[in-house]
Unconditional design. Sequence first.
Lengths: 398, 398
Amino acid sequence: MSSFRIERKAAGSEGRLGLLTTAHGQIHTPAFVAVATRGTVRAADPRDLLAVGVQALIGNTYHLVLRPGAEMVGEQGGLHRFSGWSGPWMTDSGGYQVFSLGAGKEHGVGKVASVFPGDKNPRPQGKSLVRLSEQGAVFRSVLDGSWVTFTPESVIRAQRLLGADIVLPLDECTSPWHSREYTAQACERTHRWAERALAAWNEDGRCLPQSDQTLYGIVQGGAYEDLRRRSARFIADLGFPGVAVGGSLGRSKEEMFQVLRWVSEELPHNVPRHLLGIGSLEDIVEAVRRGIDTFDCAAPTRMARNGTLLSLGERSGRLSIRSARFRNDRGPVDPSCDCPVCAEHSRAFLHHLLRAGELTYYRLATLHNLRTMVRFMEHIRALLAEGRSPDRKELLPT
Amino acid sequence: MSSFRIERKAAGSEGRLGLLTTAHGQIHTPAFVAVATRGTVRAADPRDLLAVGVQALIGNTYHLVLRPGAEMVGEQGGLHRFSGWSGPWMTDSGGYQVFSLGAGKEHGVGKVASVFPGDKNPRPQGKSLVRLSEQGAVFRSVLDGSWVTFTPESVIRAQRLLGADIVLPLDECTSPWHSREYTAQACERTHRWAERALAAWNEDGRCLPQSDQTLYGIVQGGAYEDLRRRSARFIADLGFPGVAVGGSLGRSKEEMFQVLRWVSEELPHNVPRHLLGIGSLEDIVEAVRRGIDTFDCAAPTRMARNGTLLSLGERSGRLSIRSARFRNDRGPVDPSCDCPVCAEHSRAFLHHLLRAGELTYYRLATLHNLRTMVRFMEHIRALLAEGRSPDRKELLPT
């Protein structure tokens, strides 16, 4: 089982420098966990990830169960052996897919409604592919349209086979457009599922080989103060050695930061906290100030593939490498960056590769963006190591 | 200008061990030159190529002129600086596109007609996108449909700007279905274009910075003995310091090997010979025996992307990693291979990545296939270093 030590607390915020020790290595926190949905970070390989300083990966139980299958990964010796990434692994439970393939489609939103600025109402984007009941979630497979059942117990079994160091129970991730009443019901159900997951965990815990795994709890409750506070206390009382914050984070950044404050105030200090699916640089700074230790987010790698490269030297924090203004630009993506891409390639070359549709582009862009996330977390840890709170104005270009 | 030294000749064949020295490094021959059409080997980067032992790359003037443009690459300091590959570069002239976008489409064939086994006649696959005249070739751009003119002189100018170490004059690559009469006319035109290229080369050679470049000649003549012999003598007499064998190589492997023997008999021994676009393991062995020093071929990297992995341990020399039989296979792609992919990843993982459409797959597969080509050339050179001729039965699984 993993352990967590707080090495230094910041003055003036809940920020803390920590060390999370898992069976497959240590994670210096606050840390960014790279998203490897189907067992690999898209376009990168384990050697690449080590080279840019990635400390841990998060895979997705829903996607891995559909393909190649949890049993198959288990037969191959688990995710570490199968994927070649022998450092710390996390696996998400499938709870996010309850949302993204369900209400997220029906409501046309992300975890924070304001990802579509100006939206005041839901804008349906499709039909739900999920049926929820007390028993669990039934999904329509994105691969072949068949129905697949996930229960709190089956998700624990699957994650035992996948063998990640940190695993999560099945939860219901709600939408920012769900009513207070629905959010409260979903939250209560998530709590009952957490109890069932824990029961399955303790039952299985002694008989299966992967006894080095740690089960985190997930706090839900949307952007409602009483629900979030109650959920945080409930999950903490169940004694999970780590806690993830999931579900709707409201309709604005302000609501998200409030949610984190409420949760932080209810949780025991010595428990590591993971924020699911959030990862813009600005959000990370604010979340660290509210006591979050680890983050995962697909955006930095997805943005890379779409042509958006992070640059701590740019005003906006990013540049669109497809833009004609980079056609003849001999400079590196980010002059302050120490990644192999910035050391050896120009903006003009990356612009050319993306325009030409060359596969080489996707990996180089991914490595640069990941390195930028890693460097950003290093900056934050350096401040915390001095007892200082990370500050948006100090860390981000203005 | 590059220089070539024959270090050892084989007994019993025309095979030779050589050392080709360019302004950007040495190439131990016989060597496989990796195809980097638009300035990059698809899915790989320069560090990858060094890691698997690739010695040289070949880019394509036609594609690079269309995008990003020869002037632009020139402004960036040439292909070496622009691409980050600082070892030897070659550039093909666009002559292959005269064929592949022209008669190749009309006749529905590759350079060896038998790539479509059993074909006895042309099978048209589309309309030619090329208009040929004594002046040069006019192409319809694959990017925007506009017409682009290539002349022997413009192709030299473009390659001066691209700055490859070894460059090729514009030629007309004929189809195996062209008549003897047409092939003879095209061959004569190629000779006149070679003279014009050489005139442009010597005129420009003193005034542009890239004086370290070498212009090879190209031998044409299809699969007709008298035409091939005459073309080889003509090109040799023009004093090119290197010679490439281009165009139709007939309608069978046997015809191809005969063509190589005719050409080899006519060429001076001390001139390095490049075989354009050929690169199956079997063909390479036979071509080395007929005095070929360097090869380029897109097949090993294209096959990788399509799921065909080379394996010197397999009977067929390859395996289709998409096949269900590899779903649970924990072994490496090729137990005899020393590449990073075989060291760290299983067939099951690569199977999963390809099935899941993960970008990571394409690079790993590419690196493995390139490493296999490099190892194969190393085996051939090891035999030649002992004065032995490479032998198909000894080198290839049966």
